[in-house]
Write a protein that binds this ligand. Structure first.
Ligand code: R5P
Length: 310
């Protein structure tokens, strides 16, 4: 097995390499003056089981292009098998036609990755599990729940917890967490009037006096989490904590979270944290590196990945 990384999330790639006690394959992934991506693999990879680590996070198109070109370079260098390790799969929210004459970009991106030469995909908390079906190659979708649950147990062990889905679409994910923690579940019935804005409507469930744990796959503008926190507190919640796998945190999200009613937001390192994120007093990060490292080890040795979650 050999590892290769792009430039999207070097700290996570380093942590995975450390877990696996493997050096990176020598390679150059850089830009020409006109910003074209150039990749050169500087050692023999013929017949190797290659794992290419790259989140397609901001700037999504540049990082996607790096991934595609790394995979192409490996294919042309006769790697035996190429697994695209995509801790955060960008474009996942564009998984259906939202209106007439709109694209299904998640499917297009899946096609591009496959066409470039990837033989497998390994990712974490896909926005919708069905996106696995966009790939006609084996796709492992890991759950970030184990490190998030550990953080909950370490920080909120003694509280009367209630898990909250911030929208109807996230109920399956929230129910799984509630089951794992042995707690109740409530749902925020959110209606989004315009793309990028969110509006809280009703709370389904009695949250009064409860310590609420909002759980979501992505926190982007932060609107969903912050608005949900306000609604929960208005409905009598004692305190609100938020957990999300992917900290996209675009635009003014960090300031919005900092100034919100959220006691804390916990995200994983699937996307590299900016300095603002690192310095935000109520944002904490947990790592998915051991989870990804172990999954890579198991894929390489052809052993079970699902048993990671037993
Ligand atoms: C939407 O369906 C996702 O699960 C998240 O709820 C959404 O992406 C969060 O976006 P924002 O932080 O911009 O409200």
């Amino acid at each position: 097995m050999k590892l290769l990384t792009g430039n999207s999330n070097r700290p996570l790639a380093d942590a995975i390499a450390k877990y696996l006690e493997l050096p990176f394959t020598k390679a150059v992934v850089r830009r020409f003056a006109d910003m074209e991506v150039f990749v050169e693999i500087q050692e023999n990879v013929r017949g190797e089981d290659m794992f290419v680590i790259q989140s397609t996070s901001y700037p999504a198109n540049d990082h996607l292009m790096e991934l595609l070109i790394m995979v192409d370079a490996l294919r042309r260098a006769s790697a035996r098998r190429i697994t695209a390790v995509i801790p955060y799969f960008g474009y996942a929210r564009q998984d259906r036609k939202v209106g007439p004459r709109t694209p299904i970009s998640a499917k297009l991106v899946a096609n591009l990755i496959t066409e470039a030469g990837a033989n497998r995909v390994l990712t974490v908390d896909l926005h919708a599990g069905q996106i696995q079906g966009f790939f006609d190659i084996p796709t492992d979708n890991l759950y970030a729940q184990p490190p998030l649950v550990k953080d909950i147990q370490d920080h909120l062990g003694g509280e009367s917890l209630m898990v909250i889905s911030p929208d109807v679409g996230g109920v399956v994910r929230a129910r799984a967490l509630a089951k794992r923690l042995g707690t109740d579940l409530a749902i925020v019935d959110k209606r989004r009037e315009r793309a990028g804005e969110s509006e809280v409507m009703n709370i389904i469930g009695d949250v009064s006096g409860r310590t609420c744990l909002l759980v979501d796959d992505i926190v982007d503008s932060g609107g969903t989490m912050c608005n949900a926190a306000e609604a929960l507190l208005k409905n009598g919640a004692k305190a609100v904590y938020a957990y999300a796998t992917h900290g996209v945190l675009s635009g003014g999200a960090v300031a919005r979270i900092r100034d919100s009613k959220l006691k804390s937001l916990v995200i994983t390192d699937s996307i590299q944290a900016t300095e603002d994120v690192r310095n935000c007093p109520n944002i904490r990060r947990v790592s998915v590196a051991p989870l990804l490292g172990e999954a890579i080890r198991r894929i390489s040795s052809e052993s079970s990945v699902s048993s990671l979650f037993d």
